[in-house]
Design a protein around this ligand. Structure first.
Ligand code: SAM
Ligand code: SF4
Length: 368
C-alpha cells in the first residue's frame, strides 16, 4: 500500500484499519504532524478548556482477578478499605470548594446488595448536599441492567467501563477465562450503559503484553462503532504483585508506551472530534509531563485525586501512581499552572459533559 500521511490526514477521521496501523506506527516529525493535526481538530470542534472530575477512590475491595491490576482479589498484600459515608461527603465538599464541577466515583467491583444500596444512597446524598451542582461519573465495573438503571435514576449521569482489549483473544490473555471475567458480559454491560442513557465511556490499556498495532487499530474502530461519548485510555503499567508482571520485558519501554498512547489519543480525536477524552493519571506516572502531552494532542478531561491521603497508597492499581501525596489546593494550583503553560484553561463549576452526547441527546442536554 502506498500511503501518504498528508492524504490520510485530510480524510476527516474516516480511516481504514490499514491506515490506522500506519498512523500508529508514525515516529519523529511525522508523528508530530499527527499530534498537531489532532490539537487543531480539538480546538476547532471543542475548545481549549479542560474538564475536571474529582476522583474518589471509594474502595479497593474487588471480587475480580484481572491479571494486570494490583487490586485483584488474589493479591493478599493489599490492605482493603471502603470509605465511610462521611469520607465520601467530605470529598464531594472538597470538590465543591475547589470549584470542580464533577466527581468520579471509582472502585473495585462488587455486586452485593449492600454495595449497590450504599452507592445509590451516596449518589443521592451528593446530589442533595451539592444542590445538584456536582455532576457524577461512575466507574464501578460490571453490574446488572437494573443496578445501572438504579444508579442512573439516583442521579449519576456518566459511566466509564473500559473494554480493556476489544480483541477477545487478547482479553483472555489479560483476564482469567471464567464466568466472572466474561468478554461477552463486558460488551453487554457497555451496551446496557448506552441503553440506560448514561454518557458512556470505554477504553483500553496501551502497551499490554501480546498487544499489536492491529489490536489497537481495532480498539479505535470499536469505540467508533459503539459511538461512545467518552474514552479513557492510558498506558499499561506492570504491577509486581500480578501475573502479567512476568511479561514485563515483552512490553514496549515507557517512552514508546507514552508515544503509542499519544498517537491513540490523537487518532481518536480525528475520528471522534467531539467526545470527551481523559488524560489518564497513568500518563503522568510514566512521564512527568504526560498529562499535558495528552491534552495537547486531543484529551480534554483530567481527574485530580480527592481520595483521603491515607487510602491513596492502598488504591494501588499499578506502582508509583502520580500525585499520591498532593492536597486538593496544591493540586488545583499545579493544574492551573500546568494547563496555562500549554495554552489551555481549566473549566470550573461545570459538569463538562461530552458535546458528542449532548448533540445526539438534546433532550438530556438540559440535565444540569
Ligand atoms: N473496577 C472497575 C473496572 O475494572 O472497571 C473500576 C476500577 S479499575 C481499577 C479502573 C481501570 O484501571 C481499569 O479499567 C484498568 O484499565 C485500569 N488499570 C488496572 N490495572 C492497571 C495497570 N496495571 N496499568 C494501567 N491501568 C490499569
Ligand atoms: Fe478489580 Fe477493576 Fe482491578 Fe479488575 S481492574 S481487579 S475489576 S479493580
Amino acid at each position: 500500500m502506498k500511503t501518504d500521511l498528508n492524504d490520510i490526514l485530510q480524510k476527516n477521521g474516516n480511516f481504514s484499519k490499514e491506515e490506522l496501523v500506519f498512523l500508529l506506527s508514525l515516529q519523529g516529525s511525522d508523528m508530530q504532524k499527527l499530534l498537531d493535526k489532532a490539537l487543531e481538530v480539538k480546538l476547532k470542534y471543542l475548545d481549549n478548556k479542560v474538564r475536571l472530575r474529582g476522583l474518589i477512590e471509594y474502595s479497593n475491595k474487588c471480587r475480580k482477578n484481572c491479571l494486570y491490576c494490583g487490586l485483584r482479589s488474589s493479591n493478599t498484600s493489599v490492605k482493603r478499605y471502603e470509605l465511610s459515608e462521611d469520607e465520601v461527603i467530605e470529598c464531594a465538599k472538597m470538590a465543591m470548594d475547589s470549584h470542580y464541577g464533577s466527581i468520579a466515583i471509582q472502585s473495585g467491583e462488587r455486586q452485593d446488595k449492600e454495595f449497590v444500596e450504599k452507592i445509590e444512597y451516596l449518589i443521592k446524598k451528593v446530589k442533595q448536599i451539592s444542590n445538584n451542582k456536582l455532576g457524577i461519573t461512575l466507574s464501578l465495573g460490571e453490574q446488572s441492567f437494573e443496578t445501572y438503571k438504579r444508579w442512573f435514576d439516583a442521579g449519576a449521569h456518566r459511566y466509564l467501563l473500559r473494554i480493556e482489549a476489544s480483541n477477545k483473544n487478547l482479553y483472555y490473555k489479560i483476564h482469567p477465562e471464567n464466568e466472572l471475567h466474561s468478554y461477552e458480559n463486558r460488551i453487554s454491560c457497555i451496551d446496557n450503559l448506552l441503553k440506560t442513557g448514561y454518557q458512556t465511556g470505554t477504553g483500553v490499556m496501551i502497551g499490554l503484553p501480546f498487544q499489536t498495532k492491529e489490536d489497537l487499530a481495532d480498539d479505535l474502530l470499536f469505540f467508533k462503532a459503539k459511538n461512545v461519548a467518552m474514552v479513557g485510555m492510558g498506558p499499561f503499567i506492570p504491577h509486581p504483585d500480578t501475573p502479567l508482571w512476568q511479561y514485563k520485558d515483552l512490553i514496549p519501554d515507557k517512552r514508546e508506551r507514552m508515544r503509542l498512547t499519544l498517537k491513540m489519543i490523537a487518532v481518536l480525536r480525528l475520528m471522534m472530534p467531539q467526545i470527551n477524552m481523559v488524560s489518564a493519571t497513568a500518563n503522568q506516572t510514566i512521564d512527568e509531563s504526560g498529562r499535558e502531552k495528552a491534552v495537547v494532542c486531543g484529551a480534554n478531561v483530567i481527574m485530580p485525586n480527592l481520595s483521603p491521603e491515607e487510602n491513596r497508597e492502598e488504591y494501588s492499581i499499578y506502582p508509583d501512581k502520580a500525585c499520591v501525596h498532593d492536597k486538593p489546593d496544591q493540586c488545583r494550583n499545579c493544574l492551573d499552572i500546568r494547563m496555562h503553560t500549554i495554552d489551555h484553561e481549566i473549566l470550573y463549576d461545570d459538569w463538562g459533559d461530552s458535546l458528542a452526547f449532548t448533540k445526539t441527546h438534546p433532550e438530556q442536554a438540559g440535565l444540569k
